[in-house]
Design a protein around this ligand. Structure first.
Ligand SMILES: C[S@@+](CC[C@H](N)C(=O)[O-])C[C@H]1O[C@@H](n2cnc3c(N)ncnc32)[C@H](O)[C@@H]1O
Length: 277
């Protein structure tokens, strides 16, 4: 038998800044305990099966596989969301988009569309805050939608309507009070694609042609036909793309075009309002 404390020491060779944190999360996953339990019971003996499972996870973490894929879960907006290698791992930066959406002066029963929902992060966060909104969440990936639907059931946000669609294709003719999206926006040649967790995430969730701007451009161009008068489009993008996305929105006829910063102070979400005249 081996103790909690001894097992935690096994992760000290992980070559990442978050070595201790990752080790604790992986051990908690095997023990099915919260992290505080590790500090309360460092001398507690751990079963052989659990110790073996933990050692296997450390082997995979040493190969670079993201902790969220190893545990199958990542928290977003305090919701425990399942993730798989078919979904992006939700990022804290995306909470900037959620916060902005919650500040919009929308009708009580607003209809809101999440474009490229992945694990369902944005739609489910909004559903948890605005249960009276009519939320639709689309993605081109059926595998991602399966994960998102499972998350809706697990978090009891079953009113969200999920639909498979190539951007606006399946919702043409419908109009929304707000369109929100975190589309793929990374240039295929971006060296960051070869670093850290990103290496294991689906390329289709990350990479867009035309220097990362193709999908952002498609969403902007199509937005006026999908918005009610006075509706809003909010898009997450790379921090170096803010100026270009603002120009796209101006060119498409949006007003009140602004960019918001993420918690690292980087220009991350750009939005504007659509008036039909
Ligand atoms: C950056 S991920 C965002 C996932 C999630 N919204 C989040 O913030 O964690 C982009 C998502 O867009 C989806 N996507 C890519 N191309 C698409 C398309 N043509 N139509 C619809 N969804 C698409 C991907 O499958 C992926 O789930």
């Amino acid at each position: 038998m081996v103790t909690v404390q001894k097992l935690l020491r096994l992760g000290s060779d992980l070559q990442v800044d978050s070595a201790r944190r990752d080790t604790e999360i992986l051990l908690c996953h095997c023990l099915d305990k919260p992290r505080v339990w590790l500090y309360t019971w460092p001398e507690k003996e751990v079963s052989q099966d659990c110790a073996n499972a933990f050692k296997q996870l450390l082997v995979q973490r040493r190969k670079g596989i993201p902790v969220a894929y190893l545990t199958g879960q990542r928290e977003f907006w305090s919701l425990p969301l399942a993730v798989s290698d078919a979904t992006l791992i939700p990022r804290p930066e995306t909470e900037t988009l959620v916060e902005w959406a919650l500040e919009l002066a929308l009708p009580n029963a607003a209809s809101v569309l999440d474009l490229g929902t992945g694990s369902g992060a944005i739609a489910l966060a909004l559903a948890s805050e605005r249960p009276q909104w009519h939320l639709t969440a689309l993605d081109v990936s059926e595998e991602a939608l399966q994960v998102a639907r499972g998350n809706a059931v697990r978090t009891k946000m079953t009113s969200v309507h999920f639909v498979q669609s190539d951007w606006y294709q399946a919702v043409l003719g419908q109009r929304f009070n707000a369109l929100l999206g975190n589309p793929p926006y990374v240039d295929a040649d971006d060296p960051h694609l070869g670093l850290g967790d990103v290496r294991f995430e689906p390329r289709s969730a990350l990479v867009s042609s035309n220097r990362g701007l193709e999908d952002l451009g498609r969403l902007v161009i199509g937005a006026p036909d999908q918005l009610v008068d006075g509706g809003w489009l909010l898009l997450e993008h790379g921090f170096e793309q803010a100026k270009t996305v603002r120009a796209m929105l101006h060119d498409a006829g949006f007003s009140h075009v602004t960019t918001r910063l993420d918690m690292s102070g980087r220009q991350r979400v750009t939005g504007g309002c659509w008036h039909a005249d």
